[in-house]
Write a protein that binds this ligand. Sequence first.
Ligand SMILES: [Zn+2]
Length: 83
Amino acid sequence: MHSSLISKIEKSRTYAEEKERVTFNTFSTSFRGNHNSYDVSYDGESWHCSCPFFATRALCSHTMALQRILEDMLPKEAKIEGL
Ligand SMILES: [Zn+2]
């Protein structure tokens, strides 16, 4: 393998350990809940989830779980205080 590619692979391993380098500005996911799957997304300004709970509260176990999963990879605006 080309030596420059090897050094890129090594660098990628270091980067992968430093998740705070990455910020998800927008994203769309399919979340498998216990009973159904839901579309959970963040559009750069607000969260969305297709579950019934989110429709009334503007947050739910799926959006909160993704906040825990992504942690420092979310922009500040996407984080809900106290989670
Ligand atoms: Zn939900």
